[in-house]
Design a protein around this ligand. Structure first.
Ligand code: IVH
Length: 748
């Protein structure tokens, strides 16, 4: 066969065909190694050279071009291997606790929410937190019909064929509800992990970093035969959709799952309260090293499922459970250099480049240093941290990992400091665009003032824009965004949507790019078109405004309903952000001055002075915005000032002309009498606590307000209601009592 060095011109037709076949095989492998296994087996230069050779041969013998020609393959991940599954009941994560006090507070807040006294009985379950990946198994009429990974909690990957190969997962069940979703953790034991890595080494395969990665890599195989050859296990600990309840308590539900033939963790225990829970935590911690599989903490859950129901969920975590993590693992290594990265909001983040070191089974070579104060050895208030020891390039530092998060630098060993080490000087200009980097009062972070002219900010903003919770455009990931940005094709979000038009009909330019073929370019344009219709909440999150995360974005969307209403409100309230900032600055000055003069500060008057000339509609729009549950002044200021910046606003407006923004869904509006209503609770409530009432009402799409006004639709008044009830009566607002409220929402 012709080898790679044979000149294309010298190839016979038969040799060319054979060579194209060889190149197709190599390049497909290289794509998989790069995109799917994250383990490139060719250098970029080698890869490019092979692709060029492939293209040259095709140009000389066009009729030999293969159906699977590498010229037509996208640089991005090959077409999705797994189909997507929308979870009928969202897969939640857990909030974390790190010390004993967090557990007492957890118990207290649950009691408060449920209205239980400190002595009312309240039991919990405690079980190990398995360090694997969660899986949801759906049984219909006793037959396993679907297995799905967690994904983003709402949509996961369909791995049914693979799950069927796991011995711990029964494929049929008897005597169960028609619909039964069992959830639990797929994991790999230490012994099986060691065997697998030995086999991988013997066959030239990739070694896995830890059992969790091995479990994830084994479950997410396109070929179920590979999964079958991997020793995966499964512990059941939870459930999703059910047509009938499993039990009345968590304890009994776990017993029921065990009875059905699932493995449940033998260290699961019912506990009478925090003291018991902590004792069990210590017992599990003491056994951790001998269990034979990885656990990273203990999960506590309220035992009574009726209470679990009442407690419900925050946006991504249940109120009735918490994960008590084991302390982080530590290691010492050399800090080789400090690099500064610029994020999408312009924040300059110092990153420690480390001599690679293993921390809890994972090789760590980068860690965060937080901000300039942290490096200097002080906290945000100027108080010393690490006894005031600063961190310098060349230092010997202690690194730790807590759960999944980015490793951190915790400590420094002064005895090992090199003689020539000098204090680190945090840059005052942006390393990416040279603009001044400013640190505002009260902000721990120094930020590049370059805005959209700073390439780092622009690229990070774009990456965020296309990311999973945002526009999530298939085939347009971080890598492609970087490439398109540096080619000058995409500078701001709106450009993504004009890409196709700018290329006209000739996909030529894109097609000629390394890694893009006609088909993949067309696929990209289709994927972009698909996202021209976007829900308001997603759009707001995608804009990447400081402090406006997914939760705030959705709160805003639900409140305003439509893009037009939001843009209107924001335009009106714009001057309020200025007034707010001026007032807060003046308040701070007054506080300081009063302190110096030894008099009482007059904060209310100071604040008032700055608001006095603000017109009433502006004030009202601001009050409306900051009155949204979950939206404080910080989010409001960020939103209003971003929209007030001309360049930023123009860029957003350009984007909007490309899109159809879907109005926000109001939750459960069908046949639900309180959706969209503004409700006020007052007086004593007997059947639920205030927090519970508020959470329930909001889940039904109502707005809960603290005060009665002409906008109030309904007042729920318990015994002892006072001025609010009088006011509601004067305004002609509907008034009902607590029982009336329950009647109203019954069945909603
Ligand atoms: S309960 C709604 N119990 O931890 C509650 N999760 O950090 C759902 N995990 O996504 C979770 N062991 O993958 C629960 N005994 C256990 C667990 C456990 C491990 C994982 C699970 C979850 C993650 C949250």
């Amino acid at each position: 066969m012709a080898n790679q060095d044979t000149s294309v011109d010298a190839l016979t037709k038969a040799e060319a065909a054979a060579e194209l076949e060889r190149l197709a095989t190599i390049l497909v492998q290289a794509n998989t190694a790069y995109h799917t296994d994250d383990a490139p087996d060719l250098s970029d230069a080698e890869y490019d050279a092979l692709k060029r050779r492939n293209a040259a041969i095709e140009a000389r013998f066009p009729d030999l071009k293969r159906a699977d020609s590498p010229s037509d393959q996208v640089g991005a991940a090959p077409a999705e291997g797994f189909t997507k599954v929308r979870h009928e009941v969202r897969m939640m994560s857990l909030s974390n606790a790190f010390d004993d006090d967090d557990i007492t507070s957890f118990d207290q807040s649950i009691r408060r929410y449920l209205g239980l006294s400190a002595t009312d009985p309240l039991t919990y379950t405690a079980e190990p937190k398995i360090d694997g990946l969660s899986l949801s198994l759906r049984y219909e009429n006793g037959t396993l019909v679907q297995a799905a990974t967690r994904g983003d909690g709402q949509v996961g990957e369909n791995v049914t064929a693979n799950a069927r190969t796991i011995a711990d997962i029964p494929t049929t069940l008897t005597g169960v509800p028609d619909v039964l979703e069992i959830r639990g953790e797929v994991y790999m034991s230490h012994a099986d992990f060691a065997d697998l890595n030995a086999r991988q080494a013997a066959t030239g395969g990739k070694a896995f970093a830890n059992p969790r990665n091995a479990a994830a890599g084994s479950l997410r195989q396109l070929d179920p035969e590979i999964t079958k050859s991997r020793p995966l296990r499964f512990f059941a600990y939870s459930w999703g959709a059910l047509s009938d309840s499993l039990a009345d308590t968590q304890t009994d539900a776990i017993a029921r799952m065990a009875q059905l033939g699932f493995q449940t963790n033998p260290l699961t225990q019912t506990c009478g309260g925090p003291a018991d829970m902590l004792a069990h935590y210590r017992r599990i911690e003491a056994q951790r090293a001998t269990l034979g599989y990885d656990i990273d903490g203990v999960v506590y859950k309220v035992d009574d499922l009726g209470y679990q129901d009442r407690l419900g969920f925050r946006s991504t975590t249940p109120r009735w459970a918490i994960a008590h993590k084991f302390p982080a693992e530590l290691a010492w290594t050399r800090l080789e250099a400090i690099d500064i990265q610029v994020g999408r909001t312009g924040a300059l983040s110092p990153v420690a480049r480390l001599t690679p070191v293993t921390v809890g089974g994972v090789v760590v070579s980068n860690a965060t240093l937080h901000n300039e104060d942290y490096i200097a050895g002080r906290d945000a208030n100027g108080a010393p941290i690490r006894d005031g020891k600063d961190i310098r390039e060349g230092d010997w530092v202690q690194v730790y990992r807590a759960g999944d998060v980015i490793p951190k630098v915790a400590d420094v060993d002064l005895a090992k400091r090199p003689g020539d080490a000098t204090p680190y000087r945090f840059p005052h200009t942006c390393p990416e665009c040279g603009s001044e980097a400013i640190r505002e009062e009260g902000d721990a972070v120094r930020r590049c003032s370059g805005g959209l002219i700073c390439p780092a900010q622009a690229v990070e903003k774009l990456k965020h824009f296309v990311s999973r919770g945002a526009f999530d455009i298939e085939g347009l990931g971080a890598k492609q965004v970087e490439q398109f940005y540096s080619d000058g094709w995409i500078r701001e979000p709106a450009d993504i949507f004009t890409l196709k038009d700018r290329f006209g009909t000739g996909l030529q330019q894109l097609k000629n790019r390394e890694g893009w073929g006609e088909k993949s370019a067309q696929n990209l344009f289709d994927a972009i078109d698909e996202k021209r219709i976007i829900p308001l909440g997603r759009l707001l999150f995608a804009l990447g405004l400081r402090h406006v995360g997914e939760v705030a974005a959705n709160d805003l969307a639900r409140h305003y309903g439509s893009w037009a209403a939001l843009a209107d409100a924001v335009d009106i309230a714009k001057p309020a952000a200025e007034a707010y900032l001026a007032a807060e600055r003046a308040v701070e000055d007054e506080r300081r001055a009063a302190d110096q003069d030894g008099r009482r500060a007059n904060l209310t008057a100071t604040r008032k002075a700055h608001w006095q000339d603000v017109p009433t509609p502006v004030r009202a729009a601001w009050d409306d915005l900051t009155g949204i549950d979950g939206i404080g002044a910080t989010v409001a200021v960020s939103l209003l000032t971003s929209f007030a910046q001309e360049a930023e606003r123009a860029s957003i407006d350009r984007l909007i002309t490309q899109l159809t923004v879907e109005d926000a869904e109001r939750p459960q509006t069908d046949g639900n009498p309180v959706a969209g209503k503004t409700v006020v609770f007052t007086g004593a409530l007997e059947r639920m606590t205030r927090a519970e009432a508020k959470a329930r009402a909001e889940a039904l799409g109502a707005k809960v307000s603290g005060s009665v006004s002409s906008k109030t639709d309904l007042l729920v008044a318990g015994p002892g209601a006072g001025s609010k009830e009088t006011k509601a009566r004067d305004l002609g607002v509907d008034i009902i009592d607590e029982d009336g409220w329950f009647d109203l929402i019954e069945g909603a």
